[in-house]
Ligand binder design. Structure first.
Ligand code: CTP
Length: 396
């Protein structure tokens, strides 16, 4: 849905500038017209030539370049922009924008454009934590700038903390949210589950699985961007998405309780969570001591949430399979009385647990199976929601 959108990508001088090439590439591949403006320091990290090669359009880095300020073309691009994205945004550009300084191509374009401006900060931990940076960001936020919060991790300096440029997928999703939005789920209530449940053995140990929750979060964010009211019931520790009601849970039993409550008013339930199938029959009150050579656990079934929670809402399930994918998924579709099942091959390294991509097959009650190519979880989410929109339309 970024097709034919006009996007100005402002790049400033951070070590993360190289990631802007990835953003430019993804936007261009999605059909957007990407016009890059850069500060002079940014050109030390990544060349305008690279960006020109990726976007196929002129790149402006020099304020005194005749192609920049005065050319009709450049003014036209500023006026036609659907969004301006500054990624990475240094502490310096954030400070300039906060007070309205316009002495480089990026700050100047920000001041000139009437398009929404999105800022993805990237800087060292201490610079990000500095009260002046916090204050400047708060000012920008108050003025309607969209801030894509940085991530936590290891910096080029070796320090660990907040300040890393947000994941490219997160930035892409934010852009999509601003300009790509077809509000085809407006007024709809969706309940999405995510993550792997933890079934406790004692207060400090549990049986778990490696589900990251990324697929469920991608669904929740995509549904939000399409106008839905989303409740995300999550057993994952991923950061909470904005604009979504988040209900944290740990066990299958807690998830069932939260789902039962949330679906009462819902139009659809999408169960992306990897719910543990078994739990320990008893949960020790205090930590189990290793005073015997072995430990036998008796496991009993957890509630089958999707199987047991019934109602008028649309039901979408997931099937993580390692073999006979389609046959197994079809069985689950029928057994759990689902409207749609999303089957994925967990033996494929690029698909399933933990990664940002997924390769799935969609199977509905009626119609042929649709096998999708490998794509980002966000793209998979939109494909699933396309089906949900279609089915909700028919239900009316
Ligand atoms: N599910 C659920 N409650 C459970 C287990 C799974 O709601 N206790 C949901 C999952 O969120 C998913 C779908 O059911 O949407 C998966 O179906 P299931 O038959 O449970 O799949 P597996 O757990 O993969 O089954 P199996 O291990 O038998 O292949």
């Amino acid at each position: 849905m970024l097709n034919n959108k006009n996007i100005i990508l402002g790049i400033t001088g951070s070590i993360a500038a190289y990631k802007a090439a990835d953003i430019a590439s993804k936007l261009t591949q999605a059909g957007a017209k990407v016009d890059v403006v850069m500060t002079e320091p940014a050109t030390k990290f990544i060349t305008p030539l690279t960006l020109r090669g990726i976007t196929g359009r002129a790149v402006v880095a020099d304020m005194f370049d005749p192609a920049s300020q005065h050319s009709i073309e450049h003014i036209a691009l500023v006026e036609a922009a659907d969004v301006m994205v500054i990624a990475p945004a240094t502490a310096s550009i954030i400070a300039k924008m906060a007070v309205g300084i316009a002495d480089d191509m990026v700050s100047l374009t920000v001041l000139a454009t009437r398009a929404p401006v999105m800022v993805a900060p990237a800087m060292d931990v201490d610079m990000f934590a500095n009260p002046v940076t916090r204050e400047n960001l708060a000012r920008l936020k108050a003025r309607g700038f969209i801030i894509v919060d940085p991530g936590y991790g290891r910096m080029a300096s070796g320090k660990v903390g907040w300040g890393r440029l947000a994941d490219v997928d997160k930035i892409m999703a934010a852009i999509e949210g601003v300009v790509g939005g077809s509000a085809d789920l407006a007024g709809k209530r969706l309940v999405v589950t995510a993550g792997g449940t933890r079934e406790y053995i004692d207060p400090v140990r549990y049986i778990g699985n490696p589900s990251s929750g990324k697929m469920g979060y991608a669904l929740a964010e995509a549904a939000r961007d399409r106008g839905a009211k989303v409740t995300l019931i999550t057993a994952s520790s991923l950061p909470e998405p904005e604009g979504v009601t988040v209900v944290p849970v740990e066990t299958a039993a807690q998830m069932k309780q939260a789902v039962t409550k949330a679906v009462a008013k819902a139009d659809a339930l999408l169960m992306a969570a990897a719910v543990a199938d078994y739990q320990s029959r008893t949960v020790a009150r205090s930590k189990i001591k290793k005073d015997s050579p072995g430990l036998t656990l008796e496991l009993v079934r957890t509630p089958d949430i999707l199987g047991e929670v019934r109602g008028k809402f649309l039901r979408v399930g997931f099937a993580a399979e390692s073999d006979n994918i389609i046959t197994n998924a079809k069985k689950k579709l029928a057994k759990k009385k689902l409207d749609l099942i999303v089957a994925n091959d967990i033996t494929d390294k690029k698909s399933g647990f933990g990664v940002d991509t997924n390769k799935v097959t969609l199977l509905a009650k009626k119609g042929k199976a649709e096998s999708l190519p490998l794509m980002s979880k966000r793209e998979v989410a939109d494909k699933i929601l396309d089906r949900v929109v279609g089915m909700l339309g028919k239900k009316k």
